[in-house]
Design a protein around this ligand. Sequence first.
Ligand code: LLP
Length: 388
Amino acid sequence: MKGIFPVDKFQGMRTPFYYYDTKVLRDTLDCLRAEAGRYDNFSVHYAIKANANPKVLTIIRESGLGADCVSGGEIRAAVQAGFPASKIVFAGVGKADWEINLGLDCGIFCFNVESVPELEVINSLAEAKGKVAGVAFRINPDVGAHTHANITTGLAENKFGINMADMDRVIDLAGEMSHVRFMGLHFHIGSQILDMGDFVALCNRVNELLDKLEARGVRVMHVNVGGGLGIDYAHPNRQPVPAFKEYFETFATHLKLRSYQTLHFELGRSVVGQCGSLISRVLYVKQGANKQFAILDAGMTDLIRPALYQAYHKMENITSEDAIETYDVVGPICESSDVFGKAVDLNCVKRGDLIAIRSAGAYGEIMASRYNCRELPQGYTSDELAGL
Ligand code: LLP
């Protein structure tokens, strides 16, 4: 065991693979449940897009969260893991007919609708089945988030949601349709947000919209503020459980909820991010002109975040206590962007050493690809490696 890792167990395993520490996951879920549970009318959904590993999903479902899905495949994954349909919400800017039909057949709680044409299709598919679909409108609040440009979603320039200016019109339209039922409003401003001020800005905008709707006599039963709470990538051990207290307090303080309203959240990264690590083996240590490279058997096909978003993930040599040296840590893929980190300090690396790439539980395994005809990485939980 070095740190939190059962290194002896890892030695005989085929790399690369994802390792999920179930204690960290359960501690995170316990804290999340306790903090959200302080408020009667808060309901938390897990954003399946962050990690759909069935073993991880089962643990999350056991904790009582609902599920936020963005595709038919995710609805299937949620149902298979035992999430009740009554706790499934379905978002996404481009829902195909079969996906809408699947949601209707399962009897999901609510469709988060992103355009008028989508509303019309949901209404007619529901009519064909003799059902009434619950719908919430995803409103683009035009609120920026201090995060990477690729993962901010709440600005008017983004493809997501319905313009605020069109909100009244779509709600009226839904009222005229016989097979949809207006349930509420949905927002999501971005991901990996650590500045609570961004959520305060969202609350202020939501308050404005709710006041406006109330003045028109529209009853909004459900408000969904999406996900987005960030994690501490620099210190996965120091702060494994994210700042759920501050997060929920921010909404409780700044959002003027009516007594009949339920507030929904869709958290992904903050639930699973810190429990997962990508474990890989060093294939070669190569001397470059002015640096040395540690070449891993994991690549951007296994964890694309550094290549796609220049994301930082802490790395550790979990099989060495030798003096620190500095490396560019790279993968084997034929792309110059296949780099996990430049000038990374690691205990002296040799062929066969195991490197843990930390905080990889969210948007890691699920974003893996088969580029270069590589095998997809497997995911193992600490419970199963311990034989539990
Ligand atoms: N709800 C909606 C409507 C979303 O679009 C997202 C994430 C979430 C909830 C969950 O957000 P979270 O709590 O995980 O921040 N692949 C990127 C992140 C993309 C996030 C997409 N939407 C990454 O690796 O950083």
